[in-house]
Write a protein that binds this ligand. Structure first.
Ligand SMILES: Cc1cc2nc3c(=O)[nH]c(=O)nc-3n(C[C@H](O)[C@H](O)[C@H](O)COP(=O)(O)OP(=O)(O)OC[C@H]3O[C@@H](n4cnc5c(N)ncnc54)[C@H](O)[C@@H]3O)c2cc1C
Length: 402
């Protein structure tokens, strides 16, 4: 076990820390920094992204030949947590969902020509993207085998009909990755495609109102009524849509955990400051054992999540799949984000419930964590399946070890 960080990682973390602390956190206090959907205002975002680019930290997750820093999942875990100390952080570094996961999967599975066309404009921040998979009943949600949106091949083109919903970012996205049914069979009945927002034959039916703050472009319902996609825009082979999804969602789920750990730590910071200043019944709140126990419980939950996240990131960096590891991290960190926001609001009293701090923003946002990229129950199913398959081997430290 070696928890020592490289000098390169430490230097990158210090740069991210300084930008978040000096530039982003002060902006969170100003209502003028926000758009109508409670995210960072678009023109301000462009200014901030230019500053991040000037520091050489934009899209750091991408390989160096695509303009990134070639961060491994371990490097991502170290930096994303720091970025999301601010609610504005990840999107300024181009490390927010869904662009983050879309760029990563394109860099892994798309051909060079496809990467030039679909990846590079997202990587340099010229366009946004969306991942189009979930469908309303009776279509596919937790179970991708139920996907009904169909792509049928006619000559050299695929014709798409169907419906999708909760597609994050669709309102501002130009590049879309679509998962559609092209055959029968749960494993090889799906295929992935890229399409552009200007392609005819599809529309955004509505932007779905949600309980929390929204990513840019919201969460939209889409209707496909004859969208034509040239075969050269198919990603991976026919029938490999589920494989692409697994490649994308594995790391994407973990990057959610990395970011949420930063948000959870920020909740503790805000609550910690309040209880060390506020007095009641003759003593500081921070000096009460019951308050200390609440803070201790959250700190332990966060660190448990960090260890699970880092082990999964390490396994991915070693080239392992780490599926149950990612599921464990996802459940733990989603619960922890909620616990941290809830505890911090409680400890800050009425102020915690106000909009004077970002705690209520994080609290409303946190509720989606147990649903997006797989409901917690589905991740429990994944863990249980791996345990039943591997028995005691489930607890091995690595391949070939005890
Ligand atoms: C804010 C937000 C953003 C999203 N962004 C995107 C996006 O960009 N692209 C995209 O394609 N999708 C997106 N989604 C959809 C998300 O991935 C799905 O909501 C998720 O996969 C669950 O699918 P579902 O909503 O259809 O739930 P269902 O499949 O209908 O499940 C409902 C509930 O049933 C329970 N359940 C389901 N299966 C099991 C099981 N096997 N065992 C026990 N209990 C179970 C769980 O409690 C689950 O929450 C987003 C969702 C939200 C809320």
């Amino acid at each position: 076990m070696d928890f020592e960080l490289s000098a390169e990682h430490r230097s990158l973390m210090a740069k991210v820390d300084a930008f978040v602390q000096d530039r982003l956190i002060p902006l969170e206090q100003d209502p003028q920094s926000f758009d109508d959907h409670e995210n960072v205002r678009e023109d301000l975002l462009q200014t901030l992204r230019a500053e991040v680019k000037a520091m050489g930290l934009f899209s750091p997750q991408l390989p160096k030949e695509r303009g990134g820093l070639g961060l491994t999942p371990v490097g991502q875990a170290l930096l994303y947590e720091r970025m999301n100390r601010s609610i504005f952080g990840p999107v300024c570094f181009n490390c927010a969902a869904p662009d983050d996961g879309n760029m990563t999967v394109l860099s892994k599975v798309a051909t060079q020509a496809q990467q030039d066309k679909w990846l590079d404009p997202i990587a340099d921040g010229r366009v946004r993207s969306a991942f189009v998979m979930t469908e309303p009943h009776p279509g596919g949600g937790s179970d991708p085998g139920m996907i009904r949106t169909r792509a049928e091949k006619k000559g050299g083109r695929w014709i798409v009909h169907g419906q999708k919903w909760f597609i994050t970012g669709a309102g501002v996205a130009s590049h879309f990755i679509l998962i559609a049914k092209t055959g029968e069979g749960a494993k090889d009945g799906l295929t992935a495609f890229a399409f552009h927002r200007d392609d005819p034959g599809w529309e955004i039916v509505r932007r779905i109102p949600i309980m929390g703050p929204e990513e840019h472009g919201g969460h939209c319902e889409l209707k496909f009524d004859g969208l034509e996609i040239p075969d050269e825009h198919r990603l991976m082979g026919v029938g490999q849509g589920l494989k692409l999804t697994q490649i994308r969602l594995g790391l994407a789920r973990l990057t959610h955990c990395m970011r949420w750990l930063g948000l959870a730590q920020r909740c503790m910071e805000i609550a910690g400051r309040y209880v060390s200043e506020r007095e009641g019944f003759g003593i500081k709140l921070a000096d009460r054992e019951s308050v200390q126990m609440q803070l201790g419980r959250v700190a332990m939950a966060i660190d448990t999540g960090r260890l699970l996240t880092m082990r999964a990131a390490w396994r991915l960096t070693q080239g392992q799949k780490a599926r149950p590891d990612i599921s464990m991290a996802k459940i733990q960190v989603a619960d922890t984000l909620h616990l941290a926001a809830d505890t911090a609001i409680q400890l800050c009293g009425a102020r915690g419930y106000s909009k004077d701090t970002i705690l209520e923003w994080i609290y409303r946002y946190a509720r989606q964590a147990r649903l997006v990229d797989g409901a917690s129950e589905v991740h429990q199913m994944v863990i249980s399946r791996a345990y039943r398959e591997q028995g005691r081997g489930f607890f091995a430290w690595g391949p070939g070890s005890d």
